[in-house]
Design a protein around this ligand. Structure first.
Ligand SMILES: [Zn+2]
Length: 181
């Protein structure tokens, strides 16, 4: 069994005026992400929207020192971006669609994602979204360590750091044994 994880495809990460935006490279993968979600949803595979959430001025959160405030709870910045957001609204009532908050780079840290996958017999995790070399990377590393097979869609992940993006694609393949399609 397989699941699709859609990582952090929100206004703050993708819109031109987003608080921590990937910008054009992020917008360029909108169509491929949308198509991939549609494929998984129609096949009745598990589709997970894993979305960063932060509280403003959280002094205990390590990202507070590293990045401007982003994906703040209850703000438009956390809305799923563009066509991906529209598609989510269409399919969100389905039993195989799961929206989950995450507070760290990895969607597995402090969440019930591993339990949700295991109870469904899922052994293969497919990844799309952003940022390739931050949240997608850390989620992939955790998934690998937990024993999942990995598939990453190179035309459906994006970063504000072109070199980091390329490095991460190599790391997925060479160090995590991922299929990079
Ligand atoms: Zn964050």
């Amino acid at each position: 069994m397989r699941a699709l994880l859609v990582i952090d495809y929100t206004e703050d990460f993708i819109a031109h005026d987003g608080a921590l935006t990937v910008g054009a490279p992020g917008q360029a993968v909108e169509q491929k992400i949308t198509e991939t979600i549609e494929t998984f949803h129609k096949a009745n595979d598990f589709v997970v929207f894993a979305v960063d959430v932060h509280d403003e001025g959280d002094i205990y959160h390590p990202e507070t020192k590293l990045f401007p405030p982003h994906n703040l709870r209850g703000t438009k910045g956390r809305d799923l971006y563009g066509r991906v957001g529209e598609l989510y609204e269409e399919i969100k009532g389905s039993a195989n669609v799961y929206f989950m908050d995450k507070t760290r780079y990895s969607a597995f840290v402090g969440t019930d994602l591993d339990v949700k996958l295991r109870e469904r017999g899922i052994t293969e995790v497919h990844l799309v979204g952003d940022v390739t070399d931050i949240c997608v990377l850390h989620t992939a590393v955790y998934a690998y360590s937990l024993g999942y097979e990995l598939v990453v869609y190179k035309d459906a992940v994006a970063s504000f750091d072109a070199a980091g993006h390329e490095w991460a694609l190599g790391h997925f393949e060479n160090a995590l044994g991922a299929k990079v399609l």
